[in-house]
Ligand binder design. Structure first.
Ligand SMILES: NC(=O)c1ccc[n+]([C@@H]2O[C@H](COP(=O)([O-])OP(=O)(O)OC[C@H]3O[C@@H](n4cnc5c(N)ncnc54)[C@H](O)[C@@H]3O)[C@@H](O)[C@H]2O)c1
Ligand SMILES: O=P(O)(O)OC[C@H](O)CO
Length: 350
């Protein structure tokens, strides 16, 4: 394949800026810089910055990991952004708007935005590309999504993800720059599907965790994942995604890892809720962003607005926001009208 060069996308030095020093930003920045890429990581918190520079650790977000000397870490946003070809957003979905607003006077229109966050914005129900389009409409945009827990990527465990952009040249350029021997990237032009796959799987992962926490079994989790994927694809299709995208890494791939991995923040929060913790106590105990919580509310609103039947999402919304009892929710799901499975098969046949 002929690779895209930076001159084809009006760029100069293939340098990467990663904004956000939580688990994903720090893991990706560390892994890429160890592979010889030119990476600068911006960390907002001064104490975290000092820890990363002086002690070479990020104990809260990536315990046990040594920050490589090759990684440039800064506490100065302008220093992180100026002259970098790629500006990577690695903060939670509901902090993206604030970050972009701060970036607006610093960024130039040739710099490519690469979003790593997986969610739908609370109250607006917007995808992250929509938010970027509102605030920085002139910048090219792509999203990297797929099964990629930070704890594994940072120690070079083989991982495959998708880079989605409506502009394939941009997706291929970013694919080229971010690819390493342990981080394989596919491109996809279905930006809506890739963004929604990454956001909506977090709802089902919360459900899988709740199911584990309350003591249900593997059968239950497989049912939640299969029927959950169908809900994701139905809402996605109604929002303009290609349903096939949900059979790929950003769909079923990420759903599998998030519903089953011991690293998943969404699954961990779900387990705690299933064990009887309140939503607030569960998310505080996880200590990192649990994107599925706010995305559940957004998906619930979208399903009502677009008239898409999403029974699992509705029950997770009821558990999180209306205090529904988990076992009563399960009884409601099990007692729904009997039907042929053909609904899924017909949906995928189109
Ligand atoms: N952790 C993973 O394995 C992983 C993998 C793929 C995608 N993601 C996605 O990446 C996004 C970030 O997740 P994470 O796991 O790194 O979260 P995290 O909770 O570990 O860290 C979030 C970081 O963002 C910082 N932050 C918040 N608001 C900010 C702002 N306005 N400006 C600057 N910094 C700000 C926080 O201080 C924190 O350091 C989420 O959408 C998540 O779904 C995470
Ligand atoms: O740890 P989670 O549940 O936030 O999931 C992280 C990534 O999305 C997994 O691909």
């Amino acid at each position: 394949m002929v690779r895209k060069t930076n001159s084809e996308v009006n760029l100069v030095n293939d340098s990467i800026s990663i904004l956000g020093g939580g688990s994903w930003g720090c893991a990706l920045a560390s892994m890429l810089s160890k592979e010889g890429k030119d990476v600068t990581l911006w960390v907002r918190s001064h104490s975290q910055y000092e820890e990363m520079v002086k002690e070479k650790t990020n104990k809260k977000y990536l315990p046990g990991i040594i920050i490589p000397d090759s990684l440039k870490v800064t506490n100065d946003l302008e220093e992180a952004v100026v002259n970098r070809d790629i500006i990577t957003l690695a903060v939670p979905t509901n902090n993206i708007r604030e970050l972009l607003t701060t970036l607006k006077p610093i960024i130039n229109k040739n710099q490519i935005l690469v979003n790593l966050a997986k969610g739908i914005e609370e109250n607006t129900d917007l995808r992250i590309s929509d938010i970027c389009n509102q605030i920085l409409p002139d910048n090219k945009y792509c999203a990297i999504s797929g099964p990629s827990h930070a704890e594994e990527v940072v120690i070079n465990i083989p991982t495959a993800v998708v880079c989605a952009s409506v502009d394939n040249k941009v997706a291929e350029y970013v694919q080229d720059i971010f690819t390493t021997s342990s981080f394989r990237i596919y491109t996809n032009q279905d930006l809506i599907g890739v963004e929604l796959g990454g956001a909506l799987k977090n709802i089902i992962a919360l459900g899988a965790g709740i199911s584990d926490g309350v003591g249900f079994g593997d059968n239950t989790k497989a049912a939640l994942m299969t029927r959950g994927l169908y809900e994701i694809a139905k809402l996605g299709a109604a929002m303009g995604a290609n349903p096939d995208t949900f059979s790929g890494l950003a769909g079923v791939g990420d759903l599998i890892v998030t519903c089953t991995s011991m690293h998943s923040r969404n699954r961990k929060a779900g387990i705690l809720i299933g064990q009887g913790y309140s939503l607030t106590d569960a998310t505080n105990k996880v200590g990192m962003v649990v994107e599925g919580v706010k995305t559940t509310k957004a998906a619930y609103h979208l399903s009502q607005k677009l008239n898409i039947e999403m029974p699992i999402t509705n029950e997770i919304y009821s558990i999180l926001y209306l205090g529904a009892d988990v076992k009563i929710s399960a009884t409601r799901l099990m007692g729904r009208e009997m039907k042929y499975e053909r609904d899924i098969l017909d949906f995928y046949k189109g």
